[in-house]
Design a protein around this ligand. Structure first.
Ligand code: ATP
Ligand code: MG
Length: 450
């Protein structure tokens, strides 16, 4: 259960170090869940950890001495070793004002957020240290605050969001008193830095039961702090194409789409523009004209506010932009190639578009079999067309810009881009036209017509 190289560190530090594995690694080991890092804690002060580890020939980096943390490199893996500590008062709802080193393990564990995260496993062997019943809560699938949840959520606003994130990752319930405390501490949660909020929301969305994490956020009021634009989706009724209201459809798409960041964010945001575009007069069905555009604008705003990376924003916006396009069996090959070009222009792979569309269709909750056969057929056709590697951009034209300038006897300018677009149209219509000779002839006649 203990990663063997940790024993080498244990040997270097000696038994008085009381070296233990703590936090997420203990939780994940007990769950049999893979984890990226091993966090360690020790009674030794950081200076002593550095000296002893270095004396044993280990590489050590003083990464956070003020918090009692040094990083030891074991077989090319960085491992954080933190001195047992107690957090000072939390005055800003974000971080303790100070930390006090040199306390005992029990006190170190008591500052941790949830019982399942407040266990320690001695590296040198010995029983699990579990003062708050974390193991029993793990077995019962419960996320329970260490101590009084009202007080713990008042110290640090991130914890309530972490509770929802762990629920989405582990499929656990948030214990009743812990959950009940969240709405009373929204004013503290509001103060958390956006980068930290984004990291947690992203982990939540990538969780195996992300839709349940989102339901928790909506139920306890956290949704309104960071994603207030999404609230109008709740209860927004649709039309005969849908079994669910916009929010429940959104939850379904989150559930059905593969657990990858941009697909999940796109699922969350793809219909956010629906409530604002909803038109319904008596006796008619609700309509949502232009909702893709509105969803795009909202998604862009929201992801910027959350400080999401440019790459993620781009990926999410591309999925939203194309989620409302429904290639049909009646489309000609040229129309299909134009669609492939639009995806390519937005850097969206066909497979990702198809996965998103399938989830979006299934998430409507109706006429599954017929819709899915239609979907499979059109995706197969688009895939086959894409496999022919047709020219989809002006860069793929058999005559490049220099050749066209030469032909026209003119320096580049707006005319060139226009001509290239016309040539591309022609080869999208008929890829066989993409030869230097044919494009030459075509360019001559297009130039003459100007
Ligand atoms: P992950 O799998 O995402 O890494 P984790 O539980 O390991 O989950 P970390 O942020 O790596 O989360 O934190 C390591 C440990 O530090 C936690 O298990 C917990 O014991 C403690 N911890 C982290 N954040 C907080 C917090 N906001 N309040 C109290 N304790 C915390
Ligand atoms: Mg961790």
């Amino acid at each position: 259960m203990i990663w063997a190289p940790l024993l080498r560190l244990q040997e270097a530090l000696g038994p008085e170090a009381e070296l233990v594995v703590v936090g997420g690694a203990v939780r994940d080991e007990l769950l049999g869940r893979p984890h990226a890092d091993w966090d360690l804690a020790t009674r030794l002060l950081p200076q002593a950890v550095m000296e002893k580890a270095r004396a044993a020939g280990l590489k050590v980096i003083p990464t956070g001495l003020q918090h009692g943390t040094v990083t030891v490199i074991l077989e090319a893996h960085p491992v954080e070793v933190t001195t047992f500590r107690r957090d000072g008062d939390y005055l800003d709802g974000r971080r303790p004002e100070s930390v006090r080193l040199g306390v005992d393990l029990a006190e170190d564990l008591s500052r941790r957020d949830f019982t399942m995260n407040a266990m320690a496993l001695p590296v040198g062997g010995g029983d699990l240290v579990d003062p708050f019943g974390g193991r029993a809560d793990l077995a019962a699938g419960l996320i329970r605050a260490v101590g009084d949840p009202l007080r713990r959520f008042a110290e640090d606003g991130l914890r309530s969001l972490r509770a929802c994130r762990f629920a989405a990752q582990l499929g656990f319930e948030v214990e009743a008193a812990t959950l009940a405390a969240i709405p009373f501490r929204l004013d503290v949660a509001r103060k958390v830095a956006m980068e930290r909020v984004f990291t947690e929301l992203d982990k939540l969305l990538r969780g195996p039961v992300a839709h349940r994490g989102m339901i928790l956020l909506a139920d306890c009021g956290l949704l309104d702090l960071w994603l207030p634009e999404l609230r109008p989706m709740v209860g927004c009724e649709q039309n005969h194409h849908h079994r669910h209201d916009v929010w429940n459809h959104t939850l379904e798409v989150i559930r059905l789409v593969p657990a990858e960041s941009s697909l999940r964010w796109a699922a969350l945001l793809h219909d956010a523009g629906k409530p604002g575009t909803r038109i319904k007069s008596s006796g008619t069905e609700a309509q949502f004209h232009g909702h893709e555009e509105r969803s795009l604008a909202l998604a862009d705003l929201l992801l910027e506010r959350l400080k999401a990376s440019h790459a993620l924003r781009k990926g999410v916006l591309a999925l939203i932009r194309h989620h409302g396009t429904h290639p049909a069996a009646a489309w000609g090959d040229a129309a299909c190639r134009r669609f492939l070009r639009r995806l390519a222009e937005d850097g969206l792979e066909l497979g990702r578009w198809a996965a998103f569309r399938l989830a979006d269709q299934r998430g409507k909750g109706l006429e599954r079999a017929a819709r899915e056969m239609e979907h499979e057929a059109i995706v197969a056709r688009l895939t086959a067309l894409a496999a022919e590697a047709p020219p989809l951009s002006v860069q793929n034209l058999a005559l490049d810009g220099a050749a066209l300038m030469n032909l026209a006897g003119r320096p580049g300018g707006p005319w060139l881009g226009e001509l290239q677009r016309q040539l591309l149209e022609a080869v999208l219509e008929d890829p066989a036209a993409n030869t230097p000779e044919t494009l030459h002839q075509l360019a001559v006649s297009l130039l003459q017509r100007r």
